[in-house]
Design a protein around this ligand. Structure first.
Ligand code: UD1
Ligand code: CA
Length: 436
């Protein structure tokens, strides 16, 4: 079906009280992006006419989605007077002849899964799946192979609660159905809400055929609680990592690795167990060792970790980063920083070695300052570089030095060290022992 014949409406106005959270439900993240982002992204592959219904925390929802997408229509639900999924549809005027209505809490929905609703010209298509535990979902009452109605859990009789065929929460309607039945919805039910699902029984009463579309839970899972959120995260992570491995990334124990949606890989990369890669990170021909965290950074031809932390806006190329090294907003090219360092707001050039325990002191309690280190510099262990500071090429900093100057000139040695004093037999005298 032609994309300009399709309108998509995403219901994202609900409170989501079962999440027990101050954050709007649709803004909870899966693999680093809000749930609603994932739904809009899949919807975009099918249509350009996308309307998101908002109400609860509407400013936050609109602001976040506008940072990812242009040309989304936002419609505000009058949730006070017209609560519920049917209430959410009350303010909508539909543009195109086929309308897909999606719940905003189904982050796993794919464009392929939505496509199935469009290869079908019934006036009403609803998604169903069978669940061993249908708890929380609306039950679909089917008689003589025909859908009769949807009963919400709170309105269901004991008999109806036993039904395991449930409403998955995606519908395709023709425009005429929406225009006719949404104004007729009432709130005569246990929750005193306007249920979109009542369109089904009204249309049925008018003799219309409701076409059920059997879908799989993996794509249509609704997120109502934090347990659902965690379960959906696992499914999304499996998808992301499977795709990456199919594209050539080596992963050891992938079930222990977390990789966000915006992370990309190039060339031959290895990611060991227990790593977390977030944001818009790019890994190119690199080896990320066990327990490493990399956030919003670029890593090229390098090995990082085990147990390193690369914080946002770092650029690391041809570099070795070892264990317990933290790098923030720094650029390192051709550098070795093997152990226990903090490198923040720094720029470090080729051939430079950062000894164990080196710290860039980039913060004076008010402002952050830069550390610039040139080529072939040797920074001895346990040195502190008090920023702002420039260390020119070919400099040696002796172990244990605190560099408080603004600049160390090319070719020099910087050393700040108190001379070692030795007091003979101090130990034996102090502990009143006799030397053997
Ligand atoms: C809904 C269906 C249920 C189905 C389930 C599938 C209804 C009445 N019930 O139940 O049959 O099995 O989805 O996941 O539709 N929303 C609004 N405005 C509101 C209320 C909700 O926009 O006033 C939005 C929510 O933000 C959410 C979506 O609609 O994204 C679904 O609402 P939710 O409360 O989660 O519905 P369920 O109880 O899960
Ligand atoms: Ca839901």
């Amino acid at each position: 079906m032609n994309r300009d014949k399709i309108s998509i409406i995403i219901l994202a106005a609900g409170k989501g009280s079962r999440m027990k959270s101050p954050t709007a439900k649709v803004l909870h993240t899966i693999s680093g992006k809000p749930m609603l982002y994932h739904i809009i992204k899949s919807s975009r592959e099918i249509s350009d006419d996308i309307t998101v219904v908002i109400s609860h925390q509407k400013e936050a929802v609109q602001e976040q989605m506008s940072s990812y997408f242009n040309n989304i229509n936002f419609v505000v639900q009058d949730a006070q007077n017209f609560p519920g999924t049917g209430g959410a549809m009350k303010n909508i005027s539909v543009k195109n002849e086929k309308v897909l209505v999606l719940n905003g809490d189904m982050p796993l929905i794919t464009a392929d899964a939505l496509q199935n609703f469009l290869d079908n010209d019934n006036e009403i298509i609803m998604s169903i799946f069978d669940l061993q535990n249908p708890d929380g979902y609306g039950r679909v009452i089917i008689k003589d192979d025909k859908v009769q109605r949807i009963v919400e859990q709170k309105d269901a009789s004991n008999e109806e609660l036993k039904v395991t065929t449930v409403n998955a929460g995606v519908y395709a309607f023709s425009k005429t159905i929406i225009d006719k039945y949404i104004p007729l919805l009432s709130n005569d039910n246990a929750q005193e809400e306007y249920y979109l699902t009542d369109v089904i029984s009204m249309a049925k009463a008018d003799g219309l055929n409701i076409a059920p579309l059997l879908v799989d839970e993996e794509n249509f899972k609704g997120v109502n609680s934090k347990k659902d959120l965690a379960d959906s995260e696992e499914i999304m992570q499996t998808r992301i990592k499977t795709k990456l491995m199919n594209n050539g990334v080596i992963m050891q124990l992938p079930s222990t690795i977390y990789i966000e949606e915006g992370v990309t890989f190039e060339g031959e990369c290895i990611v060991e167990n227990g790593c977390r890669l977030t944001g818009e990170t790019l890994i190119h021909n690199s080896h990320v060792k066990a327990g490493t965290v990399i956030e919003d950074s670029i890593i090229k031809n390098s090995d990082i970790g085990p147990l390193a932390h690369i914080r946002p806006a770092s650029y690391i190329e041809d570099t070795h980063i070892g264990n317990f090294v933290e790098v923030k907003k720094s650029s390192l090219k051709g550098v070795k920083a093997g152990h226990l360092s903090y490198i923040g707001d720094a720029q470090i050039d080729e051939g430079t070695n950062i000894g164990a325990g080196v710290i860039t002191c980039n913060y004076d309690g008010i402002k952050k300052y830069k550390t610039i280190i040139g080529k072939n510099v040797f920074i001895g262990s346990d040195s502190q570089l008090i920023a702002p500071v420039t260390i020119e090429d070919d400099v040696m900093i002796a172990a244990g030095t605190t560099v408080a100057e603004r600049k160390i000139e090319k070719g020099s040695l910087a050393i700040s060290r108190t001379k070692t004093r030795t007091i003979k037999d101090f130990y034996y005298n102090f502990f009143s022992k006799i030397k053997q």
